[in-house]
Ligand binder design. Structure first.
Ligand code: GLU
Length: 499
């Protein structure tokens, strides 16, 4: 699937991710950021982070920090934009926060007013509402009909001088034609100009609206390509009109498909994790999450599924983007995470796992070779870093207790003998840790000495090691638990029988 329109990459490739920070980064936003990043890296271009924070009520500094933290975790480092630590703007095309660019928007709004492409409109909210209602009743499109459209500029300026408030509207009536967008994902998209009426570009408090800032910034920041969510496709008409009004060349756009849940609805918090932060906390690796979200709506040229960052960069040239909605399959993400996790060197995997254990209060041995041995043993049972918690809990003496499911086993007649024999044989063994072979040998000796076999043998020993009759194979766990600790556990279980 090549791009439906030719991709121009002759000039400098400059792309941007432009979040409106309202909390942690949504996986859909993460994917948009990733596509732009991959495209920039593929063509040796630049990746810019621009903060669309003109909605001051919703866009907080805390949210900005959250988005930055998530992007940093994903490893999508930007060439220009707020510094991740100080949040100070860095780069030659700043400021990169729209709230710091208000004078710039004012300048271009003035330019549009002077050239007659925009005008001051003094309609009140009540008048606008009345118009909307009457249009609805009459079955007409709800476009504003502003009498101020006809006003000479001097008259409007005088009214402003007198202290009245006005929005600035973009004039659409003279633009009677179809606007065409050559979309890198969707091919040619046609918008009849009458889909919109005269739209606001500056509010009466001087705050610019998204469609206007976006055009001004993309142009001034020399953005060459924009990959963004499909939900912005309808905004493109207003943006095309503004580009035309300012006589500016537009970047190439690619509107990427929505991320859907398994019921083909827009992915929403109600049905599970949707933010990159949540996946981080649940023990997913950034490499796996990136790999997974990259393939939501894009395919690698060789159809590869497990991809490193280098392979994604090499394969991502703006083609092969699927216009159909992409379903977020959590099971596949887990599988992919397991693949990435198991491919990590033990030392790296341990470093990533340890904080999860600490957070869960699991005690581990401060011994490098034990740590490497344990992670090597457990990595095949882990799909996420969080999975390590339950596995390491079984090694932690402080968390050892005899589970209620052991009651039946503890009531069997030969159990006490099995456990006493197990404990005695352990006590006679000189080593600090048993190897798998030592363990199997001791188990055989218990079988002989206590004259039991099958579940009468295995389940009591299991209870003596992990506190319950079912769980991970003992030959895997026993070599990770010190002999001293095994004896102590056996004692506890024996006492509970006697008690
Ligand atoms: N600020 C917009 C958003 O967060 C991005 C718009 C765009 O990429 O043009 O959805």
């Amino acid at each position: 699937m090549s791009s439906p329109v030719p991709i121009k990459t002759s000039g400098k490739v400059r792309v941007r991710f432009a979040p409106s920070p309202t909390g942690y980064l949504h996986v859909g936003g993460g994917r948009t950021a990733l596509y732009n990043y991959l495209f920039a890296k593929h063509f040796g271009g630049e990746f810019i982070l621009r903060i669309e924070d003109t909605d001051q009520a919703r866009n907080t500094i805390e949210s900005l920090k959250m988005v930055i933290e998530d992007l940093q975790w994903l490893g999508l480092h930007w060439d220009e934009g707020p510094d991740p630590v100080t949040l100070e703007d860095k780069g030659p095309h700043g400021p990169y926060k729209q709230s710091k660019r208000l004078d710039i928007y004012k300048k271009y709004a003035d330019q549009l007013i002077q050239s007659g492409k925009a005008y001051y409109c003094f309609l009140t909210d009540a008048e606008l509402e009345a118009q909307r209602e009457s249009a609805m009743k009459g079955g007409r499109p709800p476009h504003v009909q502003s009498p101020y459209e006809e006003w000479p500029l001097e008259k409007s300026l005088a009214r402003l001088q007198a202290g009245d408030k006005a929005v600035v509207r973009f004039r659409t009536k003279p633009l009677k034609k179809d606007y065409l967008l050559q979309d890198l994902v969707r091919g040619e998209v046609r918008f009849p100009s009458d889909m919109v009426g005269d739209f606001v570009i500056l509010r009466s408090d001087g705050m610019p609206v998204y469609n206007f800032c976006c055009v001004v910034d993309d142009y001034l920041m020399k953005i060459s390509h924009v990959f963004r969510a499909e939900e912005h496709l309808p905004n493109s008409l207003r943006q095309l009109m503004i580009y035309e009004g300012l006589n500016w060349e537009l970047p190439q756009f690619g509107h990427v498909s929505l991320v859907l849940d398994e019921d083909r609805q827009k992915l929403s918090k109600r049905k599970g994790a949707t933010s990159c932060h949540q996946f981080h906390e649940e023990g997913y690796l950034p490499e796996a999450l990136k790999n997974f979200i990259a393939l939501l709506g894009w395919s690698h040229p060789e159809g590869k599924e497990i991809l490193s960052m280098e392979e994604m960069i090499a394969g991502f040239n703006g083609e092969r983007l699927n216009p159909a909605g992409a379903v977020f399959d959590g099971t596949k993400l887990k599988w992919m995470n397991a693949q990435h996790l198991r491919a990590l060197p033990n030392e790296d995997l341990w470093k990533l796992t340890e904080p999860f254990l600490k957070k869960a209060g699991v005690h581990v041995l401060d011994d490098k070779s034990w740590q490497m041995k344990s992670i090597e043993t457990f990595k095949t049972s882990m799909e996420t870093l969080q999975d390590a918690v339950a596995l390491y809990q079984s090694l932690d003496d402080k968390q050892f207790s005899v589970d209620g499911t052991s009651a039946e086993v503890l009531g069997w007649e030969p159990t006490a003998k099995v456990l006493q024999t197990w404990k005695d044989l352990l006590s006679n063994d000189p080593s600090e840790f048993l190897s798998e072979g030592d363990f199997l040998k001791i188990q055989d000796q218990v079988k002989e000495k206590a004259a039991v076999k099958g579940k009468n043998l295995f389940q009591p020993i299991r209870v003596a090691v992990i506190g319950k009759p079912h769980g991970t194979e003992l030959k895997i766990l026993v070599p990770l638990i010190s002999k001293k600790s095994l004896i102590h556990r056996a004692d506890q279980v024996l006492n509970s029988i006697k008690g």
